[in-house]
Structures are given as C-alpha cells and as structure tokens.
Ligand binder design. Structure first.
Ligand code: HOZ
Length: 441
C-alpha cells in the first residue's frame, strides 16, 4: 500500500481522509504523503521514500524525530502508567521547570492542546476582567474554538474560508479583528471599546499566515494600550514558545503579557497545552477561583515526560545558535537563488523558522501574504517533495529547521531549489481543478 492507496482507503472512513484539514494538501494539490517513521531530521514514507522534514509535526519536534532521550523518557513514563487522572510528582516538577525558564509565568495550568490552552485563556481573561469581548488579528490562528475562528489563519486559509460554518454568530459578535502590525487600528478599537474588551490575543511572531514578524514597537504598543484600559494581553506562544531560546518570546523581547499560552514544543511531540501567568490572574482558575477548566488527561504523565525531557535538553544543549545559523544559511540561499533565477520569491526567517513567500515585497500582514503566488508555491512544494524535502503543504505556514538538521541538509535543500524549473513541471491536480505550470495558464 502506498500513500495514494492509504488516502483512498482513509477517505471512506475519515472526513477528507484526514484528522486535520491542512494535511489534505488542499493548499498544494496532489496526494498527501503517508508517514511511517521518523528519526532526526528525516522521515520514511509509505511510498518507501526518505524525506528531509522541514515541517516537524508543525513545530513540536525542535529536537528532530524520535530523539533518543525523549523516547526513553516516554517509554519509562508509559511503563509506569499511561494515565491516572490524579496528581503526579512529575507534573509539579514540570510546572516548576517552566516557571523557572519563564520568570513572568508564576503559575501554569496544563491542558491537552494549544486550542484548549487558548480556550481556557480567553475564559480566564473574561472571568478575571468581568468583560466579554476579545480583540484578535487577521491571519493569526489560535485553534478552533468558536470565537477564535474569525479571520483565522492556518488551515482555514488553505480551505479558502477564514471563518468556519457552525460557529454561533453570538460568539463571533464578541470578537474585534484588526490587521496584524496595525497598532493604530488597535488603539482606535481600544479607545472606543476598551472597557468592554477582556483581552487582546496575538501570536507575537505570527506563524499561521506564513512567518510574519512584529513591526518595531508593535508588541510594546499593544502592551501599553491594553494596560491603559485594563484589557489583558495574551501572547499565544503555541508556536513561538521555546522556539528562539529556552523561554518564551515575550521573555526574550522583554514584554510581559498577562497570560501566555503554550503547546507544541513543551510536549516534545506529545499532546499538551498550557496557560501561564501571574499568581494573581491564574488564581482565578478553579478550584481557587470561579473560572472552570478541567480535563481527564490534563497533565498526562507521558506527555509531561516528553515535554520535560525536551525542555531540559533545550536548556542544557542550547541548540538555538545552531538553528539560527542554519535558518539564515537557508534563507540567504533562497534569496540568492531567487535573484539568480529571477524568481518572484523571498524568504522570511527567524531562528529555525522560515517561510518562502512567492513575491518580492515583504509580508507584514495577511493581505500581503494572500498577495503571494500560491500556484508558484504549490509547484515549488511538489518539486521539493519529489527531490526529497517535506515542507508544510501550504503557503500560509511556517517551516522549521530543527536541532537535528545539518548544514548538509540545508545545502541539499538549496541545491534542489536551484534545480527547480517550473516550466518543466507537470500539472498539479487540485481536487478536480488542474493547475498547469510555467505561464500560470
Ligand atoms: N497549528 C498548526 C498550524 N500552524 C496546524 C496543525 C493543523 O492545523 O493540523
């Protein structure tokens, strides 16, 4: 059975054949790849191929696939019991570790996903402030709770919808949306409605419309404007957290949000999420306070073991300078090739995060990202896949260089890009639509 056969089989019993829409390759066309195993920077597929993986399970695998120490920690925890639904010493140690690595997080509550973390953070902000409304940014993605599925990034963009059906209008009516990086728009909304807004939520470095960096003063401005009207500032660091250093991005750039949401890396590949903040705010959560949150698998010992070992390794080995170096090598190489080949392409990069944007002009917000040539991205994606490189199957996502990648991986990636000749590529089938190569015909 190859990927195509597995996909046909899966489509009969799983909606769209996938358990998360972006995996369906709607953004790039063609048939999704089925993964069999992974080790370090590479994965083996059901097609018998080996791919260098720049998706890294969408971010958790900062140490690469199946890092030995993490797998050992998981195996040991699993052998000791998969779940208790009761307290464990490890979860207390894990909370202590995160608090020690992120000084502004005095307390942390564990949940099972980033979506759940954001859901809880929003309820916490509402409970703490006694206000109902929220402000989010166009193209930022904060999981799939009702009120966060407005003007959303990530998989919603590849599906051509920015807001989901089935969401109650009363949920979205409570959400203001501003363009990312537009501080003046935020200030205006807060000036008129600040006393009704419980929280402003932002991905400090946006990662769900491709990699979009905050403009100078944007995050500082958000901090000042929210503080002025008693609105909480939530940094959604599900992607950013522990990505650029062994701490949060907020801590690295010296901005203290009121609440931080975490996920991905802190679970080392196992399902986890977390909400962190000051003792005062976090004490609003039950059983100390009136804001309810619960979960049978919250603080699951196997997930905690994977996360703990991952954070310890990041703290002790400090692979961040290496990832920055490799990320820069890759981005510089993409820029050079784009210039030499006359491609409408540039590469955004920060640390190990990168996004090739198919236009020359920089990308500051969702409108800029949407203006990129998605068909060119799809052709690039398939060329690189055929050459042995797996990148996110969407032009609206971030790719990741992990601590397991090497200079040789980056150079091979660049060589493959250098060999790209779009005019020679065959057409790509998007569902029933065929996108031909070259002249965009
Ligand atoms: N949160 C991940 C994208 N940035 C997506 C994973 C998914 O939607 O499957």
């Amino acid at each position: 059975m190859n990927s195509k056969q597995w996909f046909e089989r899966a489509r009969k019993v799983i909606p769209g054949g996938v358990n998360s829409p972006v995996r369906a390759f709607n953004g790039v066309g063609g048939t999704p790849v089925y993964f069999k195993s992974g080790k370090g920077a590479t994965v083996q597929t059901e097609d018998g191929t080996e791919l260098v993986d720049f998706c890294g399970s969408w971010g958790p695998l900062i140490l690469g696939h199946a890092r030995e120490e993490v797998v050992e920690a998981v195996a040991k925890a699993a052998a000791d019991g998969l779940s208790f639904g009761a307290n464990t010493a490890k979860e207390a140690e894990f909370a202590e570790l995160v608090c020690s690595m992120v000084p502004d997080i005095e307390m942390i509550r564990l949940v099972s996903s980033g979506t759940e973390a954001v859901m809880t953070a929003i309820r916490l902000a509402r409970g703490y402030t006694g206000r109902r409304k929220i402000l989010k940014f166009d193209g930022c993605y904060h999981g799939h709770t009702d009120y966060m599925l407005v003007a959303s990034g990530s998989g919603l963009l590849t599906g051509g919808i920015s807001s989901s059906a089935g969401v109650s209008p009363s949920a979205t009516a409570e959400v203001f949306v501003a363009p990312y990086n537009d501080l003046a728009a935020v200030q205006e909304i807060l000036k008129a409605n600040g006393d009704e807004i419980a929280a402003v939520i932002v991905e400090p470095i946006a990662g769900n419309m491709g990699l979009v960096e905050p403009a100078e003063g944007f995050l500082e401005g958000l901090r000042a404007a929210t503080a002025e009207c008693g609105t909480l500032l939530i940094f959604d660091e599900v992607i950013n957290g522990f990505r650029l250093g062994p701490t949060t991005y907020g801590n690295l750039c010296g901005i203290v949000p009121d609440i931080t949401t975490l996920g991905k890396i802190i679970g080392g590949g196992m399902p986890i999420g977390a909400i962190g903040g000051s003792t005062e705010i976090m004490s609003t959560l039950a059983p100390l306070g009136p804001v309810y949150q619960a979960g049978t698998l919250s603080g699951n010992p196997v997930a905690v073991a994977a996360g703990m070992k991952t954070l310890e390794l990041l703290r002790d080995e400090n692979p961040y300078p290496k990832m920055e170096e490799l990320g820069k090598r890759l981005a510089d190489g993409v820029e050079r090739i784009a210039t030499e080949k006359g491609l409408d392409l540039h590469c955004a990069q920060r640390g190990g995060m990168f996004t090739p944007f198919f236009r020359k002009a920089p990308v500051h917000n969702l409108d800029d990202s949407k203006a990129c040539d998605q068909q060119a991205h799809a052709h690039y994606f398939h060329h690189m896949l055929d050459a042995g490189f797996y990148t996110p199957p969407s032009g609206f996502e971030v790719a990741f260089v992990s601590a397991a990648h090497t200079e040789a991986d980056i150079d091979a990636f660049l060589q493959a890009l250098e060999n790209w000749n779009r005019a020679k590529q065959s057409e790509i089938i998007f569902g029933t639509k065929i996108v031909t190569n070259g002249n965009g015909s």
